[in-house]
Design a protein around this ligand. Structure first.
Ligand code: F6R
Ligand code: MG
Ligand code: MG
Length: 365
């Protein structure tokens, strides 16, 4: 059976700053999807990480389906009403356009979708990150799909041994989608050369060379490119199918032990280590650190099991301690050097005015 996994994610308001959506907001969104999604969706699950809500939906309508995207858009609008009623911060923040037009791409919410022929057993992981950018998944995906030091399946399993095709998007190119296809292991150094630049080149999707099946879909939204100014970071979602022709779930999760430094954190303008967290956790220190949650599911004929909160395990406590230390180490140096992003990546416009004013005050000697 062909099914589509769609996840759409938006920040539509949160308690106490950019921290977490309220229970009322979540239940309003959930009841909207439950009532209006019948007949359209096979199943759904509503999750959140940090200040973002993710609607995971299964259906048979394919990617970029108008009905499915409209449902999510309307559910976010509905939730925004509660956000306004409760005085939540940033109500409707990621809904950047007034009217829905066909699909939500370019309208604010992050989208990742995979249409596939469902395998007899179909495990996958939903990743949701907050206070960071789409390129945050570059290194974990490179390690999972291209490096046998992380993924022994690449040398042990004939299913994985033929490698993977990466589709990488140039997100600076806003006039149209500028995409390159590269294969691991053949094009390994080219892939690495692009993926080192998280702010510009991001993994859009990954396919098994052996079967041609799609393993990964990542959201690639750049909110500031849509709105023309800073309106929040582009906190990304990703879907990763696992096992058999794909890396095992544990091989997909393993790179998150690194807590690699990514852009985001306070005011979307700093580098901080990516912390894998459970669904019970949220951001706190310095509006961060950047966080990632992961929910593992199985799906049968579009029906989802309950999720397993895979970073909610004793192993990750030690990782979180390490990441806390890394975050503090970076924060010791305040605005200096790599702690804060480069001028062009700073998400608040205030510094531009300051620099323009100072520019006039320089004297040439
Ligand atoms: C980062 C983020 C927060 C805000 C910060 C200031 O993605 O959401 O760090 O940038 O809390 O928010 P405003 O400018 O809304 O007061
Ligand atoms: Mg926010
Ligand atoms: Mg967010």
């Amino acid at each position: 059976m062909d099914i589509t996994l769609s996840v759409l994610k938006a920040d539509i308001g949160s308690i106490g700053g950019h921290i977490t959506p309220s229970e009322s907001l979540l239940s309003r969104v959930e009841s909207y999807v439950q009532n209006e999604g019948s007949g359209l969706l096979i199943d759904y699950h509503i999750a959140h990480t940090g200040d973002d809500i993710a609607l995971l939906m299964t259906h048979t309508k394919g990617e970029n389906n108008e009905g499915v995207h409209q449902l999510a858009w309307d559910a976010f609008q509905e939730g925004t009403k509660t956000a306004k009623e409760q005085g939540l911060y940033g109500a409707g923040q990621d809904l950047l356009k007034d009217a829905f037009s066909g699909n939500v791409k370019g309208m604010g919410p992050a989208v990742a979708e995979i249409e596939c022929e469902e395998r007899p057993s179909e495990p996958f992981v939903l990743f949701m990150a907050d206070k960071t950018e789409p390129g945050a998944y570059n290194l974990p995906l490179y390690l999972t799909f291209a490096d046998p030091m992380n993924t022994p399946g690449l040398i042990l399993s004939p299913n994985l041994g033929k490698g993977f095709k990466f589709e990488i998007l140039d997100i600076e190119h806003t006039e149209a989608d500028r995409v390159i296809e590269l294969k691991a292991p053949e094009d390994l150094y080219d892939i690495a050369a692009l993926l080192r630049d998280n702010g510009r080149f991001v993994v859009q999707s990954i396919y098994s060379v052996n079967s041609g099946e799609q393993a990964v879909a990542c959201s690639t939204t750049r909110l500031n490119k849509i709105a023309g100014k800073y309106v929040g970071k582009d906190d990304p979602v990703a879907l990763v199918r696992t096992q058999k022709n794909f890396p095992a779930t544990g091989e997909v999760l393993a790179p998150y032990r690194i807590g690699h430094y990514v852009a985001g954190f306070m005011r979307g303008s700093h580098n901080g280590p990516l912390m894998p967290i459970s669904q019970r956790d949220t951001v706190s220190f310095f509006d961060g650190p950047p966080i990632v949650s992961a929910l593992a599911f199985s799906v049968k004929e579009g029906k989802l099991t309950e999720p397993v909160d895979v970073f909610d395990n004793t192993f990750w406590d030690e990782v979180r301690t390490k990441v806390s230390r890394k975050a503090q180490e970076m924060r010791e140096q305040g605005f200096s050097g790599p702690a804060m992003l480069n001028y062009s990546e700073l998400e608040y416009g205030g510094i531009t005015e300051r620099m323009e004013k100072l520019d006039d005050e320089f004297r040439i000697e």
